[in-house]
Design a protein. Sequence first.
Lengths: 310, 306
Amino acid sequence: MSSKQLSQAQVMQTDGTSLNWEGGTTRRSAQSRLLRDNKVRVGGLILALLCLAAIAAPWIAPADPIAQQLTNKLHPPAWESRGSWSHPLGTDEYGRDVLSRVIYGGRISLVIGLFATVGAAIFGVFVGLISGYYSGRVDSVIMRIVDIQMAFPTVILAMAVIAALGSTMSRLILVLAISNWVLFARIVRADVLSVKNREYVEAGRAVGATEWRLLSRYIAPNVVGSVTVVATLTIATTIVVAASLSFLGLGVPPPTASWGGMLADGRDFLGLAWWIATFPGLALMITVIAINLLGDALRDVLDPRLAAAG
Amino acid sequence: MQRYIVVRLFQGVIVLFGVTVVTFILVQLTGNPVMAYLGADATPDAVEQMREQLGLNSPIYVQYGRYLERLAHGDFGVSAVYDQPALPLITERLPATLELALAALFVNFLWSFPLGVLSAIKRDSLLDRLTAVFVFGSQAMPVFWSGILAILIFAVKLHWFPTSGSGGIRHLVMPAFILGTHTAAYQTRLLRSSMLDILDQDFIRTARAKGVGERSVVIRHALRNSLMTLTTVTGVQFAALMSGAVVTEAVFVWPGVGSIAAQAIQNADISLVMAATFVFAVIVWCLNLIVDLSYVLIDPRVKLTS
């Protein structure tokens, strides 16, 4: 990248406008800056490994995650004096292999985080576009709905819905998507408001572009940056909330392995078998850190305005 | 200014109505109450009679109206497990939750204020980097995980604090610390960027040019201006604290609204769950309203424009 291109990208950052995805130069420079960022490298590598482990779970897990072996219960990890390498991270109170359960639990966490976020993003972006573009009455109705939703803290809304409907994986995803669409709607609405009266949109209107075309071709590309950033960070928070729900006994029903559920089980054996709760907790922490690193780097590059807003 | 307050209050009432609609719909979704009372093998006649008795044959808006009327009298139904009215069960535990939330907010400020301000003033210093590590770390440690670690280390191994329950300051330390530290991440980050934003503005440059001391620039000029952000965030944080309190209470068996709500969910005690949901939503709603109204006091621009 030449220094001229670099300074162009920097100017766009400091004057506070979002990067224009239609400009080839900017896109290339954004990409190369991303690839050279250490946060992206570290976060991306960890995340890639986690995804790989989740996909390859049946082949790499040393044991069946739900098979109980009561003669083998509460075995410590391999490096402890009573441990053995047949259960590298030990076994839980039912003699189930902790490593296998952590690997399978990762599968559940990633699937829930990803699907719930995609669901929330699709709905939120749509509502945000409409709300920002049409303003007026539509906007104020939508914003009141957003306010109502914001009055329910995520965990509490999810709790109420799952208590009412019962818990399955698809309901969990749905509930988490419902709790998060507001984030997307708000940020997209703000983005749309800031660009919809720009000259190039006026120009589009003047040459006879239909409303749909204006929205999809002229306005929507401007929200891609912030939506990507918010989506990445939302995956992390969704994984944490899903684990919290599992911890409270509201997540994926047992015996399916989930990190939150394992932590809840392990809580009762803290003095006796620290490893049951510690490893799923570590896995959760590493996952969240990896995603947040990636999200943070994306924010610096794709949406400088968000970086300024914290 | 009056117009602003009136508009905010009016919007607040709409939101409160929305909250009742949501809990009403959720109660409707819980399934067929008739079958719960009569069992699956009830005769059609008995079912019909029960439906009439419970008012389930009336149009849905009439049912909602009755629901609102009951809520207005504080009637959230009877808890199936405790066999007592649901609302008092929740409200009597509210002080414990508020105690935890306020203590956690205090811990939150202990972290976020110095870290947020200092890392902005000393940008790119070692302290700034350590703050970033703190933010990343505490975001990635959900309360149930850090709580369990804390119990393992400070209660089980070192015996410094009791593992769970309430009663006195020693019981409060761990849950408040865990919840406060977790929520401090977001606040620290926001305070830092808001300070950075303000320190970059013309009036700060003017103040410096006039020869105002650095301490005074930071405290009297910059910090005062980031109060607005801080107020907003504290409002939002309180919602997060309420969510966090549910989980924290479950970890430390703290006798607040959160732990009874978590228990009620496991027992499918719907009246109790809805009463808890409603109370939580109303608390968050009140706080948001207070935050909105406090702008009038903090930011003179609100007074001028409305």
